[in-house]
Design a protein around this ligand. Sequence first.
Ligand SMILES: [Zn+2]
Length: 371
Amino acid sequence: MAIKQAEDEISPYYQFNSLYPWQLSLWKQLYSNNIAADHFPHALLFSGVAGIGKKQLAFHLARGLLCQSPQENPQTGQIEPCQQHDCGKTCRSCRLFSAGTHPDLYHVTTPVDKKVIPVDDIRTLIQWSVLSSQLGGKKIIIIEPAEAMNPNAANSLLKTLEEPVADTIIILLTNKKQALLPTIRSRCRTIDMALPDKQSVLHWLSEKNLTDPELMLSLTSGAPLLAFELSQGSQLEVRHLIIKQLLSVMTDSIDPITVAETLFKQTKIKPAKGSRKKTDNKKLLISAYDIIYWFDSLLSDIVRLAQKCTQDTIINIDYYDSLQQLSNRLYLKKILQLTDSINKAYFEIQGQINVNLLFEKLLIDWKNCQK
Ligand SMILES: [Zn+2]
């Protein structure tokens, strides 16, 4: 799904010259308090859900650890890399960092169009790690997402974690800490990053002139960067179109096979050359994954409402009234069975399955949830 990818896309290095407001206290704890004492763990594991800025913090920390003249920021009173200040002085390290050419920074991520970090990439990294620092300071390694390392790659890295190289700091980023080898986790200092405080995130989103920050944050389970990204792309329109089609089966008695075909046709639209977004609903690009995802989200809300959960647990808050009414008209047991089918559909659409037939079956089951 598009809104899951906010942190997965490679951002230019110059974007890492600041922190998000909710990261300032963690920054102080991680950097300002440790840099003066020149005391830093050799391996860190940043763990937390996607869309809270782990990558931003990791690269900013790398910049700070490599900086040759960290200074106190008069506004925050915190020690920060010199790139932060407007004093006209920037060290060589920070200049190289901004250009994306710092010789003592090594960033490993999944190769384009692949989902795993291969062992060869980790072996190359290990060879690099034993070389001397080019600028005479520390060397920083960032691996993200760490759970993408295949077992061989993870075992290869393990040896380096067990026998740390002097002045080399490894920062691992993960959305799925439990997917990492326990031996990897135990050799890192884990920093669990919680979702930021809702009010401060709403303030941050409001400053960016989002039309409905509360809804964006609800749809992205409180992850601010995902909320921002959702508001920028066509995902919101995609979502409305899908939900309206799904609800029409129940509220307007539209034939489920007709709705399945309508949705399937939307997945077949080819993108216009050079354009990723469409504002015309008739030409909106929708993936089979989008349909399954928002169907899943809708069903989860209906289950919560049927179980009398409180309103703040509902994700699709703009459809609250419709979902509340629906929850009274549907068999909970059948909704739960449909949820199982939806969970299987996530995997089925990645294979050779006839997607149109799959949609038809799911939509017929949806219709049959009615009492
Ligand atoms: Zn600097």
